[in-house]
Design a binder for this molecule. Structure first.
Ligand code: SAH
Ligand code: F3S
Length: 481
């Protein structure tokens, strides 16, 4: 999965090449979105300079760090269960220190140290450079916390180590934080104001990944379309920028072009797009460069204008349709996916039907679908009653999931008989005689291995499909190798 890693699943514990002189062991695992996984790579990079090698064995760790997600109640419960597990190990290995990173750290702050006695260290998403100092504090027997949010920090100067990577695809973060204030969402509170990273450091990171043999990158941000670099500073302050800064500013479309030209053979993806900020310029950049994949993750959250307004999503259903029309017109064969929330406060059956009819219009390739989960401190929590009964939320979600399944199947069926370019990522989970990769539209594709290798671009003739996967026969290398 590209974006949201299902929070029910085990977090991924991550390992990298050991450094010979490092004698401390770090166990680091991540829950939640791709940004958390990317941040853990920055943390591992900072700590490898502090004498830590990573381990996958919790029992032997000197330091355990868990990068956490607050987006829904369930995500937090999963982390709490992991904290219980660390606690059990700590009873056997009392020297082990435990730290909480990321959104839960930011949301709960010192409550973690007070209530959860097993936590020694609490570090918010903008304070990772302070980890060496904080770890010293902990080693001297004090609890340590830094949850200060920054207006500047982008970690642009830190070259992340690639944890548990397939050596083929990597995330490159381009913005941090979010200014959108969707009323249901905790991210603006846990990740702070939106900042963009210097384009130079982004291109350098992409060049470096290409030199190391990577074939695909995903530019990451909560809202990539609002990327804006004018020499540093918050986006909201752009109005105060000098004329020169305004004239030379880099927006997201320009960044896409820069990266696409820097590495013409590198597949470029990006996530997440916000319909209210996605410009024609971005769509045209996608159409103009072969290496920018024809795939857009375009969360909509609801198909009802009334609910969109209550969510503070700044577009209407009609505007969303026009955006979809523009995409389909300019980028034929573009994959589109979504996020949807069932049961936002006050949602009626009519609103829900609007969501289903919106899905009918777009016929998404796939989506991430959730029931509404009230989050402390958000506008929705403060101003709206969570009044849709749980069983109604669940039933509506099921209807959304069923319809998505139908559309996914419709889309994969269209591919039968066509030839698609696949970048091989790994062995298929179901068969060691097959490779698994994705086509440009981001659909998983499996085919017999023959003599192809991980990292090859292969043309695959599609002969069969399930709702989520294309199945085919390789017909040769693509000209992108
Ligand atoms: N812009 C971000 C969105 C992060 S949250 C990004 O990069 O994807 C991912 C998705 O979680 C949202 O699009 C929304 O569909 C869902 N979500 C956020 N808050 C939620 C809540 N309180 N209840 C249920 N789902 C929520
Ligand atoms: Fe959340 Fe909306 Fe930003 S969903 S991350 S506040 S775009």
């Amino acid at each position: 999965m590209e974006k949201t890693i299902d929070e029910n699943k085990q977090g991924n514990s991550l390992v990298l090449e050991p450094k010979a002189n490092n004698d401390r062991k770090l166990f680091i695992e991540s829950y939640g979105c791709a940004m958390n996984f990317s941040d853990s790579e920055i943390v591992a990079s900072i700590l490898s300079k502090e004498g830590f090698n990573t381990t996958q064995n919790l029992e032997e760790a000197d330091l355990v760090l868990v990068n956490t997600c607050s987006i829904r109640e369930k995500a937090e419960q999963t982390v709490r269960k992991r904290l219980e597990k660390y606690n059990a190990v700590k009873r056997i290995n009392p020297g082990m220190k435990v730290g909480v990173l990321g959104c839960m750290a930011e949301r709960l702050k010192s409550k973690f140290l007070e209530e959860e006695k097993i936590v020694d260290l609490v570090v918010g998403p903008d304070a990772y450079k302070d980890l060496p100092n904080l770890i010293n504090e902990v080693e001297e027997g004090r609890d340590a916390i830094n949850v200060i949010l920054s207006k500047e920090e982008t970690y642009g100067d830190i070259s992340p180590v690639r944890l548990q990577s397939n050596g083929v695809s990597a995330f490159v973060s381009i913005t941090r934080g979010c200014d959108n204030m969707c009323t249901f969402c905790v991210v603006p509170f846990t990740r702070g104001r939106e900042r963009s990273r210097d384009p130079q450091s982004i291109v350098e990171e992409v060049n470096d990944l290409a030199a190391k043999g990577y074939k695909e990158i995903t530019l990451l941000g909560q809202n990539v379309d609002s990327y804006l670099w004018y020499g540093g500073g918050l986006k909201k302050d752009f109005k105060n920028a000098t004329e020169i800064q305004k004239a030379t500013a880099t927006n997201f479309a320009a960044l896409l072009r820069l990266v696409a030209e820097a590495q013409p053979k590198m597949r470029i993806r990006f996530s997440t797009s916000n319909p209210q900020d996605m410009t024609l310029d971005v769509i045209e950049a996608m159409a103009a460069y072969r290496n920018i994949c024809n795939y857009i993750h375009l969360p909509v959250q609801s198909g009802s204008d009334r609910i969109l307004k209550k969510m503070n999503r700044l577009h209407t259903r009609e505007e969303y349709f026009r955006l979809i029309d523009n995409i389909k017109e300019r980028i034929p064969n573009c994959g589109i996916s979504h996020d949807l929330i069932a049961g936002f406060p006050t949602e009626t059956e009519e609103d829900h039907q609007d969501t289903l009819s919106l899905m009918e219009y777009v016929k998404y390739d796939f989506g991430y679908m959730f029931t509404y989960s009230e989050r402390p401190g958000t506008t929705a929590e403060r101003k709206l009653e969570d009044d849709v009964p749980e069983e109604v939320k669940k039933r509506r979600l099921q209807e959304i999931v069923d319809l998505q399944q139908k559309h996914s199947r419709y889309n994969t069926k269209q591919a039968i008989g066509t030839v698609v370019e696949v970048l091989i990522e790994k062995e298929s989970k179901k068969s060691d005689a097959h490779w698994s990769g994705r086509n440009e539209r981001n659909t998983v594709t499996v085919f017999p291995k023959e003599n192809y290798m991980i990292g090859d671009f292969v043309n695959v003739k599609i002969t069969d499909c399930t709702s989520a996967t294309l199945i085919g026969e390789p017909v040769g290398y693509s000209d992108n190798n």
